[in-house]
Design a protein around this ligand. Structure first.
Ligand code: UT7
Length: 333
């Protein structure tokens, strides 16, 4: 019997209508388009407004509905739903459970994982193990982030960076030589102080002081995170290429996490691939945490061909980081 592998067979997404531009941000805090474009590369980001929903699960459910529209998936056949998010609706229950209820999935195994900006890579690796073991066959991996709910719009060092978005990918078994070929994923908690939300968990439960001190928002020491992101993301990418004997010519696309254009360029240069092979949409969405990579797959789907070699790479809070080697599973429809 041939070996079973896991392959992405469809991609859905939801991005809110509202566009928060650099001009609007420059009226809220002391910043400007020139600084944001040169240092990060973002023009605008999407923000969820109440007419489209209030929670990460609302966006996640819309992404699942888009996936169903595109693939004809029968939700009653879905046996696993994993949600990657750092902006879950509540501490409990899991956002995956809420999404399932909203879209009408009532018997599948469903749970959340938190890999921060590397969440999609962690999630794809995890669901692939379920599929390879033979225990799950129709899997939805949802990545949904309402970053606007944890961003302090009085802090210019973070509020220009993040946006809201959700994606849903379908992952299924295959006996063909396609799908997730290799995973090179890492975690090192030494970086935990430089990118975090200090309060709201058991270490610092919510109190008047934590609210007054803006401790429920994202806190980042950008320079420290940048220093590690720029080397670790590129190292993981080059390693995964080496151990799969992939040259720069063999790689069809780099699909990088969209946190900073300079981090993406550093990875591209280390791989020795031209800019044209890099998926970049940071200018339109900013950093949507675990949704950035699948949102790229969604936007480039029509250009992808079965058998294309993709390298997916990310770095995020924790620190979490790594790279996946994926052989794309289908031609554009
Ligand atoms: O996705 C999860 C992982 N996260 C990342 O990968 C993010 C990694 N870090 C970064 O991308 C960059 O560090 C940032 C984009 C966050 C910041 O860029 P930077 O080039 O590292 O800037 P900086 O923090 O060193 O700040 C330089 C200057 C400072 O002013 P002084 O002290 O030199 O006078 C900041 O106060 O820029 C100032 N600054 C701003 N100026 C205008 C910081 N934010 C802004 C702003 N507008 N929005």
């Amino acid at each position: 019997m041939s070996k079973i592998n896991a392959v992405i067979t469809g991609v859905g997404a939801f991005t809110p209508e509202y566009r928060l531009t650099n001009d609007e941000l420059s009226r809220m805090v002391d910043t400007n388009d020139e600084w944001i474009m040169t240092r990060v590369g973002i023009k605008e980001r999407r923000i969820l407004k109440e007419n489209e929903g209030t929670a990460a699960s609302d966006m996640g459910a819309k992404a699942v509905e888009d996936l169903v529209r595109k693939t004809g998936l029968d939700l009653q056949e879905v046996d696993l739903v994993v949600c990657t998010t750092v902006t879950g609706d509540m501490v409990l229950p899991a956002t995956a459970a809420i999404i399932c209820d909203k879209v009408g999935i009532h018997k599948a195994l469903a749970f959340d994982i938190n890999g921060a900006c590397s969440g999609f890579l962690y999630g794809l690796d995890l669901v692939s193990q379920y599929i390879r073991s033979g225990s799950k066959k129709k899997v939805i991996l949802v990545s949904t982030e309402k970053m606007s709910s944890i961003v302090d719009y009085t802090d210019r060092t973070t509020c220009v960076l993040f946006g809201d978005a959700a994606t849903a990918v379908l992952v299924e078994p295959t006996e063909e030589h396609i799908g997730l070929m290799d995973s090179n994923l890492h975690t090192d908690g030494f970086g935990r102080e430089w990118l975090k939300i200090p309060a709201g968990g058991s270490a610092m439960p919510a109190s008047h002081e934590t609210v007054d001190g803006h401790k429920h928002f994202v806190y980042q020491e950008g320079k420290q995170v940048f220093k590690y992101a720029v080397t670790y993301m590129a190292d993981a990418t080059v390693d995964v290429m080496k151990r799969n004997n992939l040259t720069s010519d063999d790689v069809a696309w780099l699909v990088p996490h969209q946190a900073n254009l300079r981090i993406i360029s550093a990875t591209q240069e280390r791989m020795g691939i031209p800019k044209e092979k890099v998926m970049i949409n940071i200018q339109n969405y900013g950093n949507t945490t675990s949704a950035t990579i699948p949102l790229c797959l969604y936007e480039w789907e029509s250009q992808l061909k079965k058998g294309d070699n993709l390298i997916l790479a990310a770095f995020g809070a924790g620190f979490t980081w790594g790279a996946l080697y994926v052989k794309w599973g289908y031609d554009a429809k």
